[in-house]
Design a binder for this molecule. Structure first.
Ligand SMILES: Cc1cc2c(cc1C)N(C[C@H](O)[C@H](O)[C@H](O)COP(=O)(O)O)c1[nH]c(=O)[nH]c(=O)c1N2
Length: 225
């Protein structure tokens, strides 16, 4: 692993076909995990590797605005779970009547079941008043933090660790439970743990909530029209 503090230009490494395929396999096999967690703890060295990968994510002006808040305490997780239940009850009411039953039957979190929860936060003051690349789009620090979340997700999958993102939570509740200072925004509440079985595609598609679109429908040329 290169020392991140001493970076000199090197010939760009060419990856082998097997290495490329391994990356694409991880991407294709990454899943949002909700209910399939095993209780076994994540080995500290595995967690360190996953977090180290996440910490290599791109960030606006190299500001690295993220922090990884590790939440293991069952009592605190019970509080988060209660906040989820409140929000999810509200969400059930918000669902269109014809989809309400399907929504209510979905399992949308693994807060208690996963051995580890991580709240990935964004320190909105990181880098000071002038952050290269954030001068005209101030939310770039939040987007950078999401880059770290996705990198974490892929690294976890490569290590055989499942991860689920739980966003059915009021930000104020997370702030209160996790004692977040005002300048720190909770970006992603994540559940992580070993898994035995995984869906072979998005679970929401499997359960008839939504279906996967094809790439062709998302490619536009030059302008929106
Ligand atoms: C920003 C964000 C927020 C959430 C999610 C994802 C992302 C990117 N997803 C997971 C989401 O439902 C899932 O990624 C898609 O259904 C696609 O499935 P796979 O990730 O391919 O398994 C998610 N899933 C869930 O059960 N509860 C949740 O609150 C959320 N929230």
């Amino acid at each position: 692993m290169p020392d991140p503090s001493t970076c000199a230009p090197q010939p760009a490494r060419i990856f082998t076909e097997a290495e490329r395929q391994a990356l694409y396999n991880v991407i294709a096999n990454r899943r949002d995990v909700r209910n399939e967690f095993l209780p076994d703890p994540i080995a500290p060295e595995v967690l360190t590797r996953i977090l180290r990968a996440a910490h290599m994510a791109p960030s606006v002006g190299l500001s690295q605005p993220w922090d990884f808040l590790l939440i293991r305490d069952p009592a605190r997780r019970t509080q988060v779970r209660a906040a989820f239940t409140r929000a999810n009850d509200e969400a059930t009411e918000m669902a269109p009547p014809e989809k309400r039953g399907t929504y209510a039957a979905l399992k949308l979190e693994g807060i208690d079941k996963a051995p580890l929860n991580i709240c990935v936060t964004c320190d909105r003051s990181r880098g000071g008043d002038f952050v290269l690349g954030r001068t005209h789009q101030p939310d770039m620090d939040l987007y950078s933090t999401v880059c770290a979340v996705q990198t974490l997700w892929l690294a976890a999958r490569a290590e055989g660790i499942g991860m689920g993102w739980v966003s059915i939570l009021r930000e104020e509740d997370l702030r209160e439970i996790l004692l977040l200072p005002a300048h720190v925004t909770p970006v992603a509440y994540l559940c992580l743990g070993h898994v035995k079985d995984l869906f072979d595609g998005p679970e929401l598609a499997h359960r008839g909530w939504a279906s996967r679109t094809s790439l062709e429908d998302h490619i536009r040329e030059e302008t929106w029209d």
